[in-house]
Design a protein around this ligand. Structure first.
Ligand SMILES: Cc1ncc(COP(=O)(O)O)c(C=O)c1O
Length: 419
């Protein structure tokens, strides 16, 4: 069954570190960490060990039972996050974690209206997909009442102000004017990615989250931050919200928490948890609090801290950004390079001045990269933008980054000189 964009033409038989290998043994450098998840690279020896040991001793349990890996991971997450994020639930996927967070926000506030960005991706499950605007919105009937979107501020393509002086504050004010006009007085939450990945690696400007949180507080809404891709070191901070000094009411983690295995977390305050529990909060899944993925998550955190991967992401990110900017300097089709740490975007345009999106050229560069041994992903928002989402494992070496940059450079050269 086809479930999305076309399948990759290569069949993968093995993956190790920053490389995946096709059936002929050809090595392909993985610049997307699988689905933006494998932050430790593939088959990290410590993860292989913990999976092997854990499955031999304690794999899966009745959903109402707790176990040491779950309790230890919950404690470790609370230790890593600031006060106000003190209660943890462990689930399997990002969509699920956002569904749970949105249900909590509704129960806690008594409201049902959810606001998100019009370039967002929070998953394909019920409430998460209702709050997802980047793709897949049409053809499935109504999403239920109370879903609203505001525009995320895009410094490269500002809707307010100019490229030299983007006026994100005016854009946010205007967005909330529209929300207030549409709301039936039942606002529950705003859900946001600190860097909108599927939406084209849109990095929220510094101070934006502070202002957004204030807007939420003024309306008794909760702020949910979805750090599926930005969480656990990728941006050069353990959590992207640390840069802004904002603590969300609910934080969701997924992708990077299991480093490629299905594990997600919902983290909130003691007060929100207690109130939801009192009101009968129910989010009971088959794999909630499963010990096997929890043991993996615990090991992931241990490795990130032990091997100083947050710092590593910041340092390697500078190197990668410099390399991408060097490519931009001699390729007209690169309109912009942006992002933080090892979560970077490179926007492809037909014309730098007009900033015309170039999805077809982007797709050709992607295919050419694959032929040359580099796995890349381009996010195409039809008519809006074509952006490479570059998110290699945090364990990648400088040499491997150099290799990837050289392949990307060559692929762009070939595709832009083709008649
Ligand atoms: C920011 C963000 N949130 C949530 C999700 C959904 O996660 P999952 O596919 O694990 O349900 C994604 C997936 O791409 C994502 O990028």
């Amino acid at each position: 069954m086809r479930y999305g964009p076309p399948f990759s033409p290569v069949e993968i038989s093995r993956a190790q570190g920053a490389y995946i290998f096709d059936h002929s043994g050809r090595a392909i450098l993985d610049f997307t960490s699988g689905q933006m998840s494998a932050i430790l690279g593939h088959s990290h020896p410590d993860i292989v060990r913990v999976v092997t040991e854990q499955i031999q001793t304690l794999d899966h349990l009745f959903s109402g039972m707790l176990s040491a890996p779950v309790l230890d991971l919950a404690e470790a997450l609370c230790d890593l996050t600031p006060p106000g994020l003190d209660r943890v639930m462990l689930l399997s996927t990002g969509g699920e974690s956002n569904d749970a967070a949105l249900r909590m926000a509704k129960l806690y506030t008594g409201g049902h209206e959810i606001v998100a960005f019009s370039q967002s991706w929070h998953g394909v499950t019920g409430a998460a997909s209702a709050a997802t605007y980047a793709a897949g919105r049409s053809g499935y009937g109504p999403h239920g009442v109370g879903t609203m979107a505001i525009n995320a501020p895009n410094a490269y393509r500002p809707a307010f102000g100019s490229s030299d002086s983007q006026d994100w504050q005016a854009e946010l004010d205007y967005g909330f004017q529209l929300v207030d006009r549409q709301s039936t007085g039942s606002l529950a939450a705003f859900i946001a990615e600190p860097i909108l990945s599927t939406g084209g690696m849109i990095d929220l400007p510094k101070a934006y989250l502070v202002a957004l949180k204030q807007y939420c507080m003024d309306r008794d809404m909760l702020l949910i931050l979805d750090e599926a891709q930005t969480g656990l070191g990728r941006t050069g901070h353990m959590f992207a919200f640390e840069r802004d000094g904002v603590v969300p009411d609910i934080l969701t983690l997924s992708k990077t928490l299991g480093a490629g295995l299905p594990l997600s977390a919902v983290i909130t305050s003691e007060a929100v948890e207690a109130s939801c529990h009192e009101r009968g909060f129910l989010f009971y899944t088959t794999h909630v609090s499963d010990p096997l993925p929890a043991a993996v998550g615990l090991k992931v955190l241990e490795i990130i801290i032990r091997d100083q991967l947050v710092r590593q992401a910041a340092l390697l990110g500078q190197h990668l950004a410099a390399g991408l900017n060097a490519i931009k300097a001699h390729h007209e089709c690169v309109g912009d390079v942006r992002g933080r740490g090892l979560l970077l975007g490179m926007e492809i345009v037909l014309d730098r001045e007009k900033k015309t999106p170039a999805p077809e050229l982007g797709s050709r560069i992607t295919s050419r990269c694959l032929d040359l041994g580099l796995s890349m992903n381009i996010a195409n928002l039809p008519g809006l933008s074509s952006v490479f989402r570059i998110a290699p494992p945090l364990t990648i070496t400088r040499q491997e980054l150099e290799t990837g940059l050289a392949i990307l450079d060559e692929a762009i050269t070939i595709e832009t000189s083709a008649v």
